[in-house]
Design a protein around this ligand. Structure first.
Ligand SMILES: C[S@@+](CC[C@H](N)C(=O)[O-])C[C@H]1O[C@@H](n2cnc3c(N)ncnc32)[C@H](O)[C@@H]1O
Length: 196
């Protein structure tokens, strides 16, 4: 009888774990770089890469130098992180939620010999510790920029440059706006802000 009750409990516990996920199946994260403080935790934007010439313009507008620490929030295939480290000599960090893109971009960084300058964190950008950033790059949506703005205002030091591809940061005044035509003739807008 007692044995049957214990067995019943075990079945219930296993059913709950199966429904809500096993704790050890969560993606690995660099704990020091992610904080549980920010509760939004979902895929908020699909992967659409920034064309290389537009990414270059973003980093040029922010006047990225080897002294900078560049964070790309939602780093996709890592192209902005790689460009910032490879062409501008900066330390660069991407934060990417999608496991496959995290794996692929991390492998690419290793392959290019950039591991001492660039890395990708696997996790939710809303939980990232970006205090050390001197430049932040974004290719999100206007609504997502509005969601992430409080985090930027809380963590970034005044003077940090924030560059957004195609989507404005409402409530902040863009210091510079540039239009860039990609190789297919599409026009992209790049907005440069300085953390007030
Ligand atoms: C439009 S793509 C931009 C990729 C890259 N930054 C670029 O400009 O080429 C947005 C990326 O954000 C990622 N993403 C969406 N929600 C996220 C979240 N909550 N935390 C981290 N990454 C996220 C998506 O997986 C996608 O790769």
């Amino acid at each position: 009888m007692l044995r049957r009750i214990h067995l019943g409990r075990l079945v219930v516990v296993l059913a709950v774990l199966a429904a809500f996920g096993f704790p050890f199946s969560q993606p690995l994260r660099a704990q020091s770089d992610l904080t549980p403080e920010y509760e939004v935790s979902h895929d908020v934007v699909p992967f659409v890469p920034t064309p290389t010439n537009v990414a270059e313009k973003m980093l040029e507008l922010a006047k990225v130098t080897p002294n900078d620490v560049v964070y790309d929030l939602g780093s996709g295939d890592g192209r902005i992180v790689i460009l910032a480290a490879q062409k501008f000599g900066a330390h660069a960090v991407g934060v990417e939620l999608d496991g496959k893109r995290y794996e692929e971009s991390s492998a690419r960084i290793k392959e290019l010999g950039l591991a001492s300058k660039a890395k990708i964190l696997h996790g939710d950008m809303f939980k990232a510790d970006i205090h050390s950033a001197t430049v932040v790059t974004l290719y999100l949506l206007t609504s997502v920029n509005a969601e992430i703005r409080p985090m930027l205002e809380k963590q970034l030091r005044p003077g940090t440059r924030v560059v957004s591809h195609d989507f404005k940061m409402s409530g902040w005044n863009a210091e510079q706006t540039e239009e860039v035509t990609d190789e297919h003739g599409a026009v992209h807008t790049v907005y440069l802000y300085t953390r007030p």
